[in-house]
Design a protein around this ligand. Structure first.
Ligand code: FES
Length: 292
């Protein structure tokens, strides 16, 4: 299936607009009002990896177990797997709450096109979780037929939701690292005259095949990747604060000293460059080899 066609088709679904609005209102009232530490946790900034991608494995795995064991029960009539199937259904339901919270947090900082796809992804997954909630309730009441029917319906919705989740990652590049990590100069490379870099004014320069952000503060010059690791925003247009820079697109904040993420939604640090002034010229090189 052509990924661009999938994106275009979903984005033509104007009936999803109210769902986007509802998600936006929800994220504003919850994540938007919470301390930064909460959104950093939900994005996965502390983990160095999107938390949503990791946590969704739990409900998908648990409900796959439930669906498999339910199917065996249905086909063979055995009741031996009931306890395991029911426990997995309950586990998936608990984990789905974490997946929903982290997903909402990521969605709130995604681009316009991805947000509509994300809204459909959320709708499918929420519907799936509701089916499993009904299924768990019926399991507790020993009503096996409706419990299994709700479970299988939920699993179908889950598969559709996970398909769109994969599309968001691989076709829409949500959650991947957008920083330029390869192609920086291995040797010292002149990028600017020392006099051309104004004090505390972010400046973009090209070095090798990458863009570098230069910031002069007193006697120090910092050099980190200019393209934001979150979605590729231009850090040279960001705001400086002490020894950090804030991306103008979604507010990720990075340390100028070592490129680490101080505030999400970014989860990957910025590449760092070694920098020196030689004969009035600012030179940089990739920081992998600092011997000289
Ligand atoms: S591009 Fe999203 S925070 Fe920089």
């Amino acid at each position: 299936m052509d990924p661009t066609k999938i994106s275009a088709t979903v984005n033509q679904q104007t009936w999803l607009a109210p769902i986007e609005k509802a998600l936006e209102a929800l994220s504003d009232k919850t994540i938007g009002a919470a301390p930064v530490i909460v959104s950093n946790f939900l994005h996965g900034t502390w983990l160095g990896h999107p938390l949503h991608a990791a946590i969704t494995d739990v409900p998908v795995g648990a409900w796959s177990v439930t669906a498999t064991f339910d199917l065996v029960e249905l086909l063979s009539g055995t009741e031996d797997l009931r306890f395991a199937a029911d426990a997995a259904a309950n586990l998936g339901l608990v984990a789905a709450l974490g997946a929903a919270a982290s997903g909402l947090c990521d969605w709130s900082k995604a681009g316009k096109r991805a947000r509509r796809i994300g809204a459909l992804h959320a709708l499918l997954n929420i519907s799936s979780a509701l089916c499993y909630a009904v299924s768990c309730w019926q399991r507790n009441r020993e009503n096996r037929a409706p419990a299994l029917a709700a479970g299988f319906t939920g699993y179908g919705l889950l598969l559709a939701g996970t398909f769109l989740g994969g599309h968001l990652s691989y076709a829409e590049s949500i959650g991947i690292d957008h920083a330029q990590r390869d192609g920086g100069p291995k040797d010292w490379t002149t990028v600017l005259g020392e006099g051309e870099l104004a004090e505390f004014e972010p400046r973009r320069v090209e070095a090798g095949k990458v863009s570098v952000l230069l910031v002069k503060k007193g006697t120090q010059i910092f050099a980190i990747g200019e393209k934001c690791a979150h979605l590729g925003g231009p850090l040279s247009k960001g705001e400086l604060d002490g020894t950090s820079v804030q991306c103008p697109w979604h507010g990720s904040r990075f340390s100028l000293e070592d490129g680490r993420v101080l505030e999400g939604p970014a989860v990957y640090s910025q590449p760092c460059f070694a920098v020196r002034v030689q004969n009035g010229e600012i030179q940089v090189r990739s920081a992998g080899d600092l011997s000289d």
